[in-house]
Design a protein around this ligand. Structure first.
Ligand code: GUN
Length: 300
């Protein structure tokens, strides 16, 4: 069997087009333009690339983009004050503080200072609790993007065995909550899980979010399963020339694609969906703030 490749790039482009239409309609009806503020502390090159790309796509869908850069040695108080200002700013409907933060800053305290209604990352403790108890929450962007692709692939997910490999607060845990909410039987596997290969082989839906290059090979995959690869790992690529690198996922694509029913590639799978969902979340946050009906299909 050769898996169908799930085209995250095309899917994300459709989601962004939908957000763009909804933003235009919202502007016409209410005169309000959704605004997203992104805060970057320090000069981590990968984070700079993400932030630039977020800003560009925010403008492309007709929203306002506010970028705030602080030096790597900024104090907790300075960052907290910026977050509080953005909470009070009526033009800002979504706030994202790019992670990871420099080590001297307390990430949890910063995230929990964001107004939960503007927490488009869904990382605030209130949103985590709302999601876990099945209430209306802001949902983390990467798991939301994965869920959208899974629903498109399967229709109903009810009763399917889902294994999420990885237990991070950003992906693994919220992904498991979303799959549970869609009535999957969910297992979270991690570095201490026993007989992890056999466990993964029982999964109808296998989500890889461990951050270890090509760890999951075809012999971990149930024939016909849907494999969602969240990993983005840069590895050496001597075949491309000396000093060259390439991006790979947490899944060994070639061997997994020979067994799976459907699979997301890296790059071009989950990655583009994350930013599309950030834009969708910003629109959702703006609609909720205005008491305007939320567009269907853009939330969990
Ligand atoms: N760093 C890597 N992924 C993310 C994300 O989804 N949100 C934020 N804020 N930082 C990140």
């Amino acid at each position: 069997m050769t898996a169908r490749i799930i085209d995250g790039k095309a899917f994300a482009s459709k989601v962004r087009a939908r957000v763009k239409d909804e933003v235009a309609a919202l502007k016409t009806e209410t005169g309000v333009t959704p605004g997203l503020a992104v805060v970057l502390v320090g000069d981590d090159p990968a984070s700079q690339v993400y932030v630039r790309s977020k800003g560009k796509m925010t403008v492309e869908v007709g929203m306002k983009s506010y970028e705030h850069r602080l030096p790597a040695d900024c104090s907790q108080e300075t960052l907290l004050n910026l977050v509080r200002d953005l909470n009070e700013n009526a033009d800002v409907h979504g706030i994202l503080v790019q992670l990871p933060l420099p080590e001297h800053l307390n990430e949890f305290d910063i995230i929990n200072a964001i107004d939960p209604a503007k927490d488009v990352d869904g990382f605030h403790i209130s949103n985590v609790g709302l999601l876990a108890t099945g209430q209306k929450a802001m949902v983390p962007c990467t798991p939301l993007g994965c869920l959208m692709m899974l629903r498109e692939e399967h229709g109903s997910l009810s009763g399917l065995n889902a294994v999420v490999v990885g237990r991070s607060n950003i992906v693994g845990k919220p992904m498991a909550q979303l799959l549970l909410r869609d009535s999957c039987t969910v297992t979270i596997a991690h570095s201490r899980t026993r007989e992890i290969e056999a466990l993964c082989r029982r999964a109808d839906i296998l989500v890889a979010a461990v951050g270890r290059a090509e760890m999951i090979t075809g012999d971990w995959v149930k024939p016909g399963a849907t494999v969602i690869d969240v990993g983005i790992n840069r590895i050496d690529a001597p075949e491309k020339g000396e000093g060259k690198t390439r991006l790979v996922g947490d899944v060994d694509f070639a061997s997994a694609a020979a067994v799976a029913g459907a699979i997301t590639p890296v790059p071009g799978g989950v990655g583009p969906m994350t930013i599309a969902c950030l834009l969708a979340n910003t629109l959702t946050a703006c609609c909720r703030e205005l008491g305007h009906p939320e567009p269907e299909g853009l939330t969990a």
